[in-house]
Design a protein around this ligand. Structure first.
Ligand SMILES: *Cc1c(COP(=O)(O)O)cnc(C)c1O
Length: 411
């Protein structure tokens, strides 16, 4: 009797898994951040309004991106809300966005009384510029371009389209910190670039965000909006020239963010190296495919996405998990217009359906099938939560596990 280990036998069927060790946890925070945070606490004031660290953070973000202004806010969602509010759109205005994104790209549109409109995707998970242009109407005020998974939406063409129609281009760079399209960082093609510093993002403060712009008036509008509409002028009587909320950060977020500004490029490089290793393995595996870069872009891989083309994605991911590689099939599941009840069921403000029921506006609906390319991609999409503290061996294991499952499924 021989007892050779059958290496091709899937772990779900009782075979040996590719990997038994858990993947390493991410360590985004440095001792320098700890020291700055301790300093801030000992100073007795954590307020970010004119705070030493918050002011420094904003200046260094602006320098990093080569922008005139950076405005720090409490989340990525807040950055998008703040940017839209600075445009001051009339109720019922339309904002074109992407079908695969976080709710944080869309909820601010509704809170500003605007109607989200969805452009379908191109072959690189970017918004298809032709689809965007077809959706422009006299009510359109802005395009919120989403750079999904750190891969660029073609904002060169979107900026040209936006300028031709006299509308704003806002870039949601939550998943695309220091990511280049040609020589220029994403976030610099639009009128405003918006970033999240939520825990999973390339730079993180647990929660936090910022917006960058060259436009003085938009920067002023954003600074007021994040500060209750307040035009601060020292002490004395107050003036609130516009409506606003409180989306300020504190010195604590600035303290942990500042040291990350000097390493975020290396965070991106390490994620790119991880992706290159897995991509190279999957190139010779029939039945699965990889995300292709938008021409001219080096994606920054907020996560490592791939597609299962030939088999049900849930079964594939179950087998992959048994091999020691946990993944998330489908990313957000359904298109954002199907998984957000505020869009799907108009569950917005007190049963009114506002702003999706504005009398001035033609009836709005978000039926399944609205963006077929995106919906098809979601059915095949798998996300592995790769990060910069994973090693080349970790990447090889991920590639080997995917290859093993695909080979076994092909039979
Ligand atoms: C994370 C994210 C947001 C929201 O950012 P928060 O900081 O969680 O509010 C918005 N858009 C995209 C594409 C994101 O990935």
């Amino acid at each position: 009797m021989t007892s050779t280990v059958d290496e091709s036998r899937l772990a779900v069927d009782g075979g040996a898994p590719v990997r038994t060790e858990p993947f390493p946890a991410r360590q985004p925070f440095s001792e320098e951040g700890v020291a700055l945070a301790a300093e801030a606490i000992r100073s007795g004031s954590l307020s970010g309004s004119n705070g030493r660290l918050t002011t420094r953070f904003e200046r260094e973000v602006a320098d990093l991106y080569g922008a005139r202004h950076a405005v720090a806010v409490s989340s990525g969602t807040a950055s998008i809300h703040t940017a839209l509010a600075a445009l001051d759109p009339a109720p019922g205005s339309e904002v074109i966005s992407a079908p695969i994104t976080d709710a944080g790209s869309i909820a601010p549109v509704l809170f500003q009384g605007c109607v989200p409109v969805f452009a379908d995707l191109d072959a690189h998970l970017g918004m298809d510029p032709d689809s965007v242009e077809r959706l422009i109407t006299p009510r359109t005020v802005a395009i919120v371009a989403v750079h999904l998974f750190g891969n660029a939406t073609d904002v060169r063409r979107l900026r040209e389209i936006a300028d031709r129609h006299g509308i704003a281009l806002l870039e949601d760079c939550s998943q695309a910190h220091v990511t280049r399209l040609e020589e220029t960082y994403l976030g610099r093609y639009g009128h405003i670039g918006m970033f999240s510093m939520q825990q999973s993002k390339h730079m993180t403060t647990g929660d936090g965000g910022f917006a960058i712009t060259d436009d003085d008036a938009l920067a002023d509008g954003m600074r007021r909006f994040r500060d209750k509409g307040w035009a601060r002028q020292g002490f004395g009587p107050r003036s609130y020239p516009s409506l606003g909320l409180n989306y300020r950060i504190t010195e604590l977020q600035a303290a942990v963010a500042i040291p990350q500004l000097s390493i975020v490029a290396s965070v991106v490089e390490r994620r790119q190296r991880f992706a290159a290793v897995v991509d190279a393995v999957l190139a010779s595996v029939p039945g699965v495919s990889t995300m292709t870069a938008q021409p001219g872009c080096a994606p920054s891989y907020w996560c490592y996405p791939f597609f299962v083309d030939d088999w049900p994605v849930d079964r594939f991911c179950e087998a992959l998990a048994a091999e020691g590689v946990p993944t998330q099939p489908g990313y957000i599941g359904e298109a954002i217009y199907s998984c957000m009840a505020p869009l799907r069921d108009r569950a917005t403000f007190g049963g009114s359906g506002y702003p999706l029921t504005e009398p001035a506006h033609p009836p709005v609906a978000y039926p399944a099938g609205l963006c077929p390319v995106a919906e098809d991609a979601l059915r095949r999409l798998v996300v592995f939560w790769a990060h910069e503290d994973m090693t080349e061996q970790d990447a090889r294991d991920v590639g080997a596990a995917i290859a093993k499952v695909a080979t076994a499924f092909r039979g």
